[in-house]
Design a protein around this ligand. Structure first.
Ligand code: DGT
Ligand code: CA
Ligand code: ZN
Length: 637
């Protein structure tokens, strides 16, 4: 968020708070007006003094002081406006969310709060269900219905869907599109192709031989193209019609000649984490899917454009302009300052068919989708003349975090081994839970010692069967609230591998969490810190430690930080991986397998790793067995 955006956000929130507190309405209006002014400023407010601020239409003396207060405190690292903070303390935080529901004004929300003690969406829903909302003045059945649908709408629109739900859904729809006559190619674009952990909507591109190559409304009005009748070119392409009538489509939001937006059903998982049980989704959950039909000659340009990110696109367009070219979703063209887009004037593109040829024409190496996020990276890639070789699914040769039926897993040790063999792994670690994880049937020291013996015998048996796989005896030992481990060192020293993870006390304050995790990282017998923060996407925030300190310690002690590949976790997150990679710390990518299908989550861990620019040499799962074993043995000496 830029400073202007931050100021605007505070001012606009102040306006809402003023209304909720029943203060002077003109004061509230003045704040929201000032917010809009600041938001649309070209210069940063940081560079403005008081006379300059007051000179702006819509900013008065008092508000100017508040902006200056914000800027001054921001430069000291704690941006705030005292009056804003004071008001925030007087209003329940959930009330501001209620105010965002379409169709609800501050007067009504204030009355809900004062008279019915409604303070958030949950209590609002209760008041709707119990009928008590009707007791408010001027609140009829119709108004309640409106609030109800506003609530549902807000929930649908603001919810970003976990990649583990969005990707299988996109792949299913892509397959259905591939089966339609005339479809040559279907690609997933957008945030899904970039491998983000959550997705707002799915973007799909369909290549057909007969897709119009120019904007249809321009085409139908252009005299030179009079051969195409107007009515025909305004009609949705047959593929668009077929898409809109796929069985999972619930609602067609918009439909044009070459594109459509629909809401389609999300298939929930049946596994351990259902990714949305009935508590989260009152009805059949859906998400938005956008489909565009593209001709083959500009498919690369369209794929590049609709993959984004927006920031990446903007940066590429600026590069194009700097070399007197113009880049859009139809291709890279010579820039001639004409108003009509080049593709509508029959101008041939310099590059358009593949992404690779466009990057090349822009003087850049091919940038993989996961790295199309931060414009600042582009110059670095150009300088280096290449992008680092990112870790890939095929590089992963072992899983170092897996559970069996001895704790809360559903696989026997043999099944675990079969899954590992199927994926061509050279090693699989058995890391069942430790005794404190009682709900997960954590192992007592005695049971763990028995398990170690079983594993030693299993390795012998596998060898005699001629199977080239090593089973490591390990533990996912709890990191207790104070950072000590759930088993004593003597027992841990008997193991081949120790994964230490936090499972309880996940709402500790950051300082305590940092101390706790640092203690585990520096423990001489710990190899990997499993899901370091314990967050669950869309569900639990988890710990908030000082990640830079953890990374420094992890590097020093050669302790790997885990990317837990389960799509509900993806912990470490991409930004943390990036920092760890930069610092030279080791990273593990593990599936935390509890059932066979969990092995398939590896691709989500890989996306996160690639977004963090992880290379195979820093990923312990990509090492040959000898190197891995040498690292494991080096601990505790
Ligand atoms: P999401 O859907 O929020 O998870 O993230 P994206 O990146 O998929 O965003 P979306 O669906 O709004 O747009 C898909 C891509 O299309 C986006 O990454 C870049 C491109 N795009 C969309 N709108 C614009 C725009 O206004 N300007 C530029 N330069 N690119 C855009
Ligand atoms: Ca999208
Ligand atoms: Zn685990």
């Amino acid at each position: 968020m830029s400073l202007n955006e931050a100021v605007a956000q505070r001012l606009s929130e102040m306006s809402k708070l003023l209304e909720l507190l029943g203060e002077n309405q003109f004061k509230a209006i003045a704040h929201s007006r000032a917010a809009r002014v600041v938001e649309s400023l070209a210069d940063s407010v940081e560079s403005m003094d008081k006379p300059a601020l007051v000179a702006l239409d819509g900013i008065g003396d008092k508000i100017a002081d508040k902006i200056l207060e914000f800027c001054a405190s921001a430069s000291k690292g704690s941006p705030h406006i005292a009056e804003h903070e004071k008001m925030l303390k007087q209003v329940p935080p959930g009330l501001l969310e209620i105010l965002d529901i379409p169709g609800l004004g501050p007067k009504t929300v204030r009355a809900m709060w004062q008279e019915l003690k409604i303070t958030d969406k949950v209590s609002l829903k209760k008041a709707i269900d119990s009928g008590s909302l009707l007791k408010l003045p001027r609140m009829g059945e119709k108004a309640v219905e409106k609030i109800k649908s506003g609530l549902a709408l807000g929930e649908e629109a603001t919810r970003r869907i976990a990649i583990g739900l969005a990707l299988p859904m996109a792949e299913r729809i892509a397959d259905e599109l591939r089966a339609i006559k005339g479809v040559q190619r279907v690609e997933i674009a957008g945030s899904l192709r970039r491998g983000r952990e959550t997705i707002a909507d799915i973007d799909l591109l369909v290549q057909t031989a007969d897709a119009p190559g120019v904007a249809p409304k321009l085409r139908s009005s252009a005299k030179s193209k009079a051969t195409t009748s107007k009515s025909k070119s305004d009609e949705p392409h047959p593929v668009i019609e077929a898409f809109c009538s796929l069985p999972d489509v619930r609602d067609v939001i918009s439909k044009g000649p070459t594109r459509a937006s629909v809401r389609a059903v999300i298939n929930l998982h049946s596994g351990r984490w259902k990714g949305g049980g009935p508590d989260e989704h009152p009805k059949e959950p859906t998400m938005q899917v956008d489909v565009r039909v593209i001709p083959d000659r500009s498919f690369g340009a369209a794929l590049m454009y609709f993959t984004g990110s927006k920031d990446h696109n903007v940066a590429l367009r600026q590069r194009a302009l700097a070399q007197e070219q113009t880049l859009n979703e139809y291709g890279l063209f010579p820039e001639d300052e004409e108003e009509t887009p080049p593709q509508d004037r029959g101008i041939s593109p310099i590059a358009s068919k593949t992404e690779a040829e466009i990057y090349k024409a822009l003087g850049l190496p091919y940038i993989p989708p996961e790295l199309r996020e931060h414009p600042a990276d582009i110059a670095e890639f150009q300088k280096a003349g290449k992008v680092p070789k990112l870790v890939d699914l095929a590089d992963i040769k072992c899983d170092l975090h897996a559970h069996t039926t001895d704790s809360d897993g559903r696989m026997s040790m043999r099944e675990l081994v079969e899954n590992a063999l199927k994926r061509g792994f050279h090693t699989i670690a058995v890391t069942d839970h430790s005794k404190s994880s009682a709900i997960a049937n954590g192992l007592s020291p005695e049971r763990l010692r028995d398990q170690i013996k079983t594993i030693r015998a299993l390795n012998k048996a596998l060898k005699s069967e001629g199977l080239d796989i090593r089973v490591l005896a390990g533990s996912e030992v709890d990191i207790l609230a104070d950072g000590s481990l759930d088993f004593d060192d003597e027992l841990l020293a008997e193991l081949d591998i120790v994964v230490a993870s936090p499972h309880a006390a996940l709402s500790q304050d950051p300082a305590t969490a940092t101390k706790r995790l640092l203690k585990a990282i520096s423990h001489p017998l710990v190899h990997i810190i499993g899901h370091p923060t314990g967050r669950l996407i869309n569900r639990r925030h988890g710990l908030d430690p000082a990640m830079d300190e953890l990374i420094t310690a992890a590097k020093e002690h050669r302790t790997a930080l885990e990317i837990n590949a389960h799509w509900m976790r993806l912990d470490l997150r991409d930004v943390h991986v990036r920092a760890a990679t930069r610092a030279g710390a080791l990273i593990a990518i593990d599936c935390d397998d509890h059932e066979s299908s969990d092995f398939d989550n590896l691709r989500f861990g890989i996306s996160t790793a690639r977004r963090g620019m992880l290379t195979p040499d820093q990923c312990v799962n990509a090492w040959p067995r000898e190197k891995l074993l040498a690292w494991l043995k080096s601990k505790g000496r």
